[in-house]
Design a protein. Structure first.
Length: 110
């Protein structure tokens, strides 16, 4: 598991003591591996994933439907224009995306 994912999971576990239904978004969730790690650590969290690829989302749905707990909400969409209101999530991960984006797009996604 990557360091950044460990940090968000640690933070979310600490937060979950105060708020049992935290929401975590994985941007460019791909095949759902990061969401699977998060689900194993935060079984009560509401997990969301967004990705451009419908094929990746199908694989993520298959992988995550094998897990116990609430199903992750998977959406097809662009990280540059997320369909969520501000401050909706208590945690956000983005593991494999930024090195793929042009510098101007990176800024917009951030």
């Amino acid at each position: 598991m990557k360091n950044g994912v460990r940090k968000i999971i640690f933070w979310a576990k600490c937060r979950s003591d105060r708020s049992p239904k935290i929401r975590v978004l994985d941007i460019a969730c791909g095949t759902g591996r990061t969401l699977k790690f998060i689900r194993a650590t935060l079984p009560k969290a509401c997990l969301y994933g967004i990705d451009l690829s419908p094929n990746y989302l199908k694989k993520a749905n298959k992988l995550l439907s094998e897990e116990l707990g609430e199903l992750s909400q998977l959406l097809q969409g662009n990280a540059e224009n997320l369909p969520f209101r501000e401050n909706y999530f208590q945690g956000t991960t983005c593991v494999f995306t930024f090195h793929e984006l042009p510098p101007m797009v990176r800024q917009k996604v951030l």
